[in-house]
Design a protein around this ligand. Structure first.
Ligand SMILES: [Zn+2]
Length: 293
């Protein structure tokens, strides 16, 4: 699933391509992917130009000159690919051949025709969507009201991080990290990697973790998010289409999907366990479960 760093990669790429350009037409083959009233589409989407591309958690906000915003969620398998008339191209999101292949293809759900090229919203599993909403209403939608602070904003200090975790002091740390109401956009990969780096067992209760380890966790969480953005998430530029080797979300992972392999720190075999309903990767030696301080 595209996580925060991948969605941020999409945002940055589209920010270079779309602002100042006009949407001339739209087509969609799947109502759930584009659940918008045709009258609203004609009035507020077609003919609109893109002002900016923003992101909140894993939701992309393509803001239009008509005071409407195209709110886009990539969900499990979504990706956005822009192909320009002058040969410029950009694609990012879920890594499949559609990032680099001919479009539209079987996974294309929405096609936005623009004055300078075409934006394809591809989504194999059809869980994603593009909703046209008045820009002023976007902060009021249920998701925006509930979602926690952005971890990459300057305002997200250690004090804020700790205060957010302690809204659920008796819960296990991994469940709290994955709770989008506590912090926005932390997915399974980033929870496992940051807990490993901070040597914290994912089933530790928040209130049982030392201040020292929480500080390391804060630092490592931001570091792994930034590293992933720096690596470009999964884009058409790093998508490898050879011998079935697909572009991956996190090729630099130290524990994620490394079960059965030796820990990079101590050599102990990495285990896959189930925590908070999610497959969870740990080094049983580096990450001890300690109850009570
Ligand atoms: Zn280890």
């Amino acid at each position: 699933m595209p996580e925060l760093p991948e969605v941020e990669t999409v945002r940055r790429g589209l920010s270079d391509m779309l602002p100042g350009h006009t949407i001339t037409d739209v087509s969609s083959d799947w109502t759930k992917s584009f659940p918008n009233d045709i009258g609203v589409v004609r009035k507020y989407l077609i003919g609109a130009s893109v002002l900016q591309v923003n992101r909140r958690a894993k939701v992309l906000l393509i803001e239009l000159s008509t005071n409407y915003t195209l709110v886009t969620h990539l969900k499990m398998t979504g990706q956005l690919v822009f192909r320009g008339k002058s040969g410029e191209h950009f694609g990012a999101g879920h890594p499949t051949h559609s990032l680099v292949g001919d479009l539209p293809d079987k996974s294309t759900r929405v096609t936005l025709f623009m004055d300078h090229g075409t934006l394809f919203f591809n989504d194999q599993r059809k869980f994603g969507w593009m909703k046209l909403l008045p820009t002023a209403e976007v902060p009021n939608i249920d998701f925006m009201q509930k979602v926690g602070p952005e971890p990459l904003e300057p305002a997200f200090t250690y004090a804020v991080f700790k205060a957010r975790l302690f809204t659920r002091p008796n819960s296990i740390i991994k469940a709290v990290l994955l709770d989008q109401a506590v912090i926005a956009g932390i997915g399974n990969i980033y929870a496992d990697e940051s807990l490993f780096a901070a040597k914290i067992h994912p089933e530790m209760r928040v209130s049982d973790i030392s201040e020292l380890k929480l500080k390391v966790l804060y630092r490592e969480l931001l570091a792994v998010l930034l590293l992933s953005i720096e690596k470009g998430g999964s884009t058409d530029k790093n998508y490898v289409n050879a011998e079935g080797k697909k572009g991956s979300y996190l090729t630099f992972a130290k524990v994620f999907r490394r079960e059965g392999k030796p820990c990079v720190v101590c050599g102990t075999t990495i285990l896959k366990i189930r925590v908070a309903g999610r497959g969870t990767h740990i080094c049983p030696k580096c990450q001890r479960l300690i109850k009570g301080k």
